[in-house]
Design a protein around this ligand. Structure first.
Ligand code: ADP
Length: 258
C-alpha cells in the first residue's frame, strides 16, 4: 500500500503496526469479541507480534475476557498498553469507571476512538486486532474513516435475522473502501456429546449465503462450545488454555487464511 495515503500512519502509536484487522458484526451478542480475542491469540501462536484494541464503546468486554483489572500506564502523554499472555492490550473498559455504562455522545465517542487508535504505544506489531463496536452507528463510521487500510473480519451467526444487520455492516465498510478479508460464522452448530449429529440451534447456511452474495471467503465455522464460553468468563481464552483442541485448531486455521 502507498504509505503516503495512510492517514493512520500520521497517528504516532500506529506507525510501526504492519496490519490492522478490524473484527466487526451486524449486531451485539453474536460472539464478535470472543472471535477477536481467540483469533488474536491464534495469530500470535503463528509467530506474529500482536496487539488487541477493544474499541467496543457500547460494551468493552476484553478486560473481563482476559482478566485485566489494572489501569494502563502513561508515558509522555501516550498510553502504555497492558500485557497479557504475550499480547499488548488496550480497552475502553480499562479507562472507564468499573461497572459504569459508557454513555457518550457522538463527538466524545469519536474523540475517544481516535485517542485509542493514535495515542497508545503499540510499538512494533505485525497485527493490531481491533474489536469494533457492533452495527453501523457513529462509532463504526469513525473507525472506518480512521482506518482506511484495515482489513475487516465479519462475524455472523447462521440466522436469517442476523444476516440483515451483517449486510448493512458490509455495505458500510464497502462504502468506505475497506477490504473485507472474510466471514466467520459463529454458533454454527452444537455437538451434544451423545451423538455425532450436529444440532443447528440457530439454523444453518447463513455464512454460506453471505459468502456467495458478496463474493467473500467463509474463513471458518465456530460451534457453540462450553469451553469457549467458560474461557470467556474465566479470563483465559480457550485458544490459550487449549491450543491443540479442535477449536484451537479451527481458530489457527482462520488465522492462517487472514
Ligand atoms: P459480542 O462481542 O458479539 O457482543 P461476545 O463475544 O461478548 O459477543 O459473546 C457473548 C457471549 O456469548 C459471551 O458470554 C461468550 O462467551 C459467549 N459465546 C460467544 N461465542 C460462543 C460460542 N461459539 N460458544 C459458546 N459461547 C459463546
Amino acid at each position: 500500500p502507498d504509505e503516503q495515503k495512510k492517514p493512520e500512519s500520521t497517528m504516532p502509536g500506529l506507525r510501526k503496526v504492519r496490519h490492522i484487522l478490524a473484527v466487526a458484526s451486524g449486531k451485539g451478542g453474536v460472539g464478535k469479541t470472543t472471535i477477536a480475542v481467540n483469533v488474536a491469540f491464534a495469530l500470535k501462536q503463528k509467530g506474529n507480534k500482536v496487539g488487541l484494541l477493544d474499541a467496543d464503546v457500547y460494551g468493552p468486554s476484553v478486560p473481563v475476557m482476559l482478566g485485566i483489572s489494572e489501569s494502563p500506564g502513561w508515558q509522555d502523554k501516550m498510553i502504555i498498553p497492558a500485557q497479557k499472555f504475550g499480547l499488548r492490550i488496550m480497552s475502553l473498559g480499562m479507562v472507564t469507571e468499573k461497572g459504569q455504562p459508557v454513555v457518550w455522545r457522538g463527538p466524545l465517542v469519536s474523540k475517544a476512538i481516535s485517542q485509542l487508535l493514535g495515542q497508545v504505544l503499540w510499538g512494533d506489531l505485525d497485527y493490531l486486532v481491533v474489536d469494533l463496536p457492533p452495527g453501523t452507528g457513529d462509532p463504526s463510521i469513525t473507525m472506518a474513516q480512521l482506518l482506511p487500510t484495515a482489513g475487516v473480519l465479519m462475524v455472523t451467526t447462521p440466522q436469517e435475522v442476523a444476516l440483515a444487520d451483517v449486510r448493512r455492516s458490509i455495505d458500510l465498510f464497502t462504502k468506505f473502501n475497506l477490504h473485507i478479508v472474510g466471514l466467520v460464522e459463529n454458533m454454527s452448530y452444537f455437538l451434544c456429546g451423545h451423538s455425532e449429529e450436529p444440532i443447528e440451534i440457530f439454523g444453518q447456511g447463513g455464512g454460506e449465503r453471505l459468502s456467495k452474495e458478496f463474493g467473500l471467503q467463509l474463513l471458518g465455522k465456530i460451534p457453540i462450545d462450553l469451553d469457549l464460553r467458560k474461557g470467556g468468563d474465566s479470563g483465559v481464552p480457550l485458544v490459550v488454555s487449549a491450543p491443540d483442541s479442535v477449536l484451537g485448531r479451527i481458530f489457527r486455521n482462520i488465522a492462517e487464511k487472514i
